[in-house]
Write a protein of this length. Structure first.
Length: 297
């Protein structure tokens, strides 16, 4: 009789435990909260079977302890719903993502994503690129000209939905941007520079309003850099020389085309794009598409 009573009591305890409401709890783990910032979330919930995260920026996850990348600065309310059967519990915490010290862009392509820093020393080009990015101008355009060991070029509005074999490279927004040359910004690997028309029709070397290129380049020697300094009457910093020698670039373009940014993350994406197969016009045989350009604020 005592054994029966014990079993009944144990069953009651188990039933109560199985009916217990889950408790939602989580912690935010972050060493740096400057955009773009990847934040880890530690799930400390109790008695739950499944989870639904809302990161406050329109993105969600059902992982137990996810990571999430915030591209824009701002205040976000992070919500975790812990579920067990038809019961649930909800908890919310606020997270503040600080703005970056530099002006950054995220350029997503079908070959990966690059993070680009725009230089403050070239404000006309910086502001123009930001304006076009925020308008969604670059979304869906192609890297229409690719030369391995030289550069990858995009920004022609005519490249959007362009048919195979179509000649590209003449499109733009209908205006140019005045040249902004500075010795500080050189054509090292990963440099973002403005394309332009050449020859006597453009004596002031004004930049295209939208077309740009990212340097792939080749490694340079000290002798080549010294020759460029003499020929172009410029003086490279030691940092620039090291970048040219160790990573590569196209120093012969310095002071002829405006450099206004640098890839700070995703140089491997530049390599992947530079290595694609191209046709006789240097257009990739398989489209290399810019999916989205976002300003990181």
């Amino acid at each position: 009789m005592k054994l029966i009573r014990f079993n009944v009591f144990a069953c009651i305890i188990l039933m109560l435990a199985s009916c217990a409401k889950p408790l939602s709890k989580f912690a935010i783990v972050a060493d740096d909260k400057k955009a773009p910032s990847k934040i880890a979330f530690t799930n400390n919930s109790e008695k739950a079977e499944s989870y639904l995260w809302d990161f406050g920026d329109g993105k969600t996850s059902t992982e137990t302890s996810p990571e999430h990348k915030y591209y824009l600065s701002g205040k976000y309310d992070v919500k975790l719903i812990a579920k067990k059967g038809n019961k649930m519990s909800e908890s919310t915490q606020e997270i503040i993502i600080d703005p970056p010290q530099d002006c950054l862009l995220s350029m997503e392509t079908n070959y990966g994503t690059m993070t680009i820093r725009l230089y403050d020393g070239t404000p006309k080009h910086r502001d123009n690129f930001i304006k076009l990015a925020e308008q969604g101008y670059y979304d869906g355009l192609l890297f229409h000209r690719v030369i391995d060991g030289f550069m990858i070029q995009g920004g022609d509005p005519n490249s959007k939905n362009a048919k195979p074999g179509a000649r590209l490279g003449t499109g733009g927004p209908g205006y140019t941007v005045p040249a902004e040359f500075t010795e500080e910004y050189a054509h090292v690997k990963g440099a973002l520079a403005a394309a332009r028309t050449g020859g006597p029709s453009n004596p002031k070397k004004a930049s295209s309003g939208s077309q740009f290129y990212i340097v792939h380049g080749q490694k340079a020697t000290s002798d080549v850099l010294e020759s460029m300094e003499t020929r172009k009457s410029i003086t490279y910093t030691e940092e620039t020389k090291e970048a040219y020698i160790n990573q590569g670039g196209t120093p012969f373009l310095d002071q002829d085309y405006t450099v206004f940014g640098i890839v700070v993350k995703g140089l491997d994406v530049v390599d992947k794009i530079a290595e694609v197969e191209t046709d006789g016009s240097d257009r990739p045989k398989k489209d290399v598409k810019i999916l989205k350009v976002k300003v990181i604020k």
